[in-house]
Design a protein around this ligand. Sequence first.
Ligand code: F0G
Length: 383
Amino acid sequence: MKFGAPSKHRTHGNFRIHPRFKRSFVRQYNPPTMPYAGLINRYRDFLTNLPNAAAPITLHEGNTPLIPLPRLSAELGADVRAKFEGLNPTGSFKDRGMTVAMTASVAAGAKACICASTGNTAASAAAYAARAGIACYVLIPEGKVATGKLAGAVAYGAAVIQVQGSFDEALALVREISQKRPIALVNSVNPHRLEGQKTAAFELVDALGRAPDWLCLPVGNAGNITAYWKGFVEYHLAGRTESLPQLLGVQAEGAAPLVLGHAVDKPETVATAIRIGRPARGEEALHAAEESDGRIIAVSDTEILAMQQRLAGEGVWCEPASAAGAAGLLKEVHAGRLDVRGKTIVCVVTGHGLKDPDSITSRFAPPQVIPASMEALERLIGS
Ligand code: F0G
């Protein structure tokens, strides 16, 4: 048939489909029957205490990819994958907890919310509050929040308040004011946050058909490790997975209260997201690690930054804290404390590299400059 000739075939606007191609066209371009609509929509039956009538405040968070890490896998003789939580709507896993916390708060009539944050919770709370149309106050430690997180909180329209103190001090303040005023507290001390975050464990089981052998993740305020364990245990009890993972929680050496066994008054680490000295859910995190037959360890800033670079070398760029889980895995294997050969390991990569670009740019020389000439380019690239 000549192109442009009149046709008796069905048309979509000006686009004519030859019958021979119609089947594959339809199969390729028809939207799936159940488009993904966020984790409340997918896992509502498992979300304890979320009122049935509550309309989801969602940015279609969750459903993040489980990306194989072939080079790390080859080195460790294991199947190592990254659960890339940096691909959530605001660039971190916090969105999982925030969709549920915000949905429950708004359903209960909240007109304002508040949180303390090392940055990611702030950006996430700001986005979901904007979506809900309520006010949002975020308290952050002065000068210790990565650029991408601060910019996010501002962009989404939150009132950003810098506190001359640590995250722990900011958390004490917001806990107190949320008792005094009708402002919803959306830190992970809010149980709805854990409900949302536990869905990442569901996704892992749904993707792998079972729990991984080890789950490695950074630990700061200790909400996430607590939520994962809750998720795995609940899925196990619901008959969705026979096995449970062993948990490897990883803190930064300068902010490792759960490893030291006491609070750290002046936590310090390049991984500002986990620069926390008094984790609100520390007891639960220790319990989860123990019950899983796992442990909580600490890694140095050097180990964290080296792993950040390694992950980026496999195409997964994350902020420093997010590399802690994998850094801890490597450390334990190299020290002979962990034999992972033949095992399936998931490293939770909690936040995107774009959150903290300075962690890269401050360590590398600026890219070289050449004149806009082919000669200069060829000289540089070589033969
Ligand atoms: N990774 C990133 C990127 C984080 O932002 C956090 C916590 C963690 C790991 C640790 O998770 O606190 O549940 O143990 N960030 C919080 C915040 C404290 O304010 O954004 P956790």
